[in-house]
Design a binder for this molecule. Sequence first.
Ligand SMILES: O=C(O)CCC(=O)C(=O)O
Ligand SMILES: [Fe+2]
Length: 340
Amino acid sequence: MPARNILEVIDISGYLNPQAPGDKERVITQVGDACRQHSFFQVKGHGVPLATQRKVIESSQKLFNLPREDKLDLSFLKNVVRRGYEQSGDSVRDGDVLPDLKESFFVGREEPVIEEPGWHGPNVWPDSTVLSEDEFRGPVWEYYEATNRLGRIIYEILLQGLGYESPEDVLARFTKKPVVTLKLIRTPPAPTTSQPRGQKSGTEAHTDFGGVGCLLQQPGHDGLEIWSDEKNGWVAVPAVEDVFAINIGDMIEKWSGGEYRSVKHRAVNRSALDRISCATFWLGDVHVTNPLELASDPDEETVGEQLYRRFRKQYGLWGVMEPADYSRACKAENVTCVVQ
Ligand SMILES: O=C(O)CCC(=O)C(=O)O
Ligand SMILES: [Fe+2]
């Protein structure tokens, strides 16, 4: 396997629109090698239109620039399907004393009613008098759909790299209604005064919960750093327009028997300006256990259970609800909840 640069940008257009025999296979090999060596790679030629990327960054800025009260009206902690606004300070990473500084906004698959508390239901959108459809909901949804497609394609490529010749058949086992979450993030500049223990900025060091993460950094606003065992240090990933950073989460590490590992990363904004990033996490169906034959899981943990385990820890400070509590919360808030 040729040694690959951790910051290599792989052009996946040969997979999406092959022009010559071997184009698809070349991409599959490049991605597979990058995953085995670094569990991280970047892509161009991905099919997400540039205009869609630019608009989602502008829309995110508009949302985060709203008055704090307007944002807190949309709080994800009040929402039974965990959509909406996460204020700075809500999330704490393993081993850290103080919480992340970043603020976020969560969007997921749009369902008309709460089908499954904690997972599937309507999104939370700012009222159109606060941010019009054109200013926020439209561009954000367009981006959600485009990166939903990209995440699925990356999964397809990863599965082929693991030796599955018919990725569609494998995907059919765990993606009937996959959880796909978009997180819009604003990371403030790192504080200039000396830091209390554990708090640097933005998003502290962590691995992602689940499957494939597709991250767009606001061009020119670096921040993402990947841990490299080889270098025994952090590697800064430059924020280049039209390039997505892709990383593997804990669930794929488990499912692939460690062949693809979950990479530790963090976001530190070393500039004087705010930084926007947009992360789409492509997971799987809530109730499936490992659909691959590469590793057995004696606990038979489902996708949903894995996510809850991590989510509870990360937001434990604020008492995140257990699944059963969601239906009670639905009743209390008088919202439709089809799961009791
Ligand atoms: O903001 C970033 O660049 C990284 C965010 C991230 O790693 C996450 O939200 O899981
Ligand atoms: Fe992450």
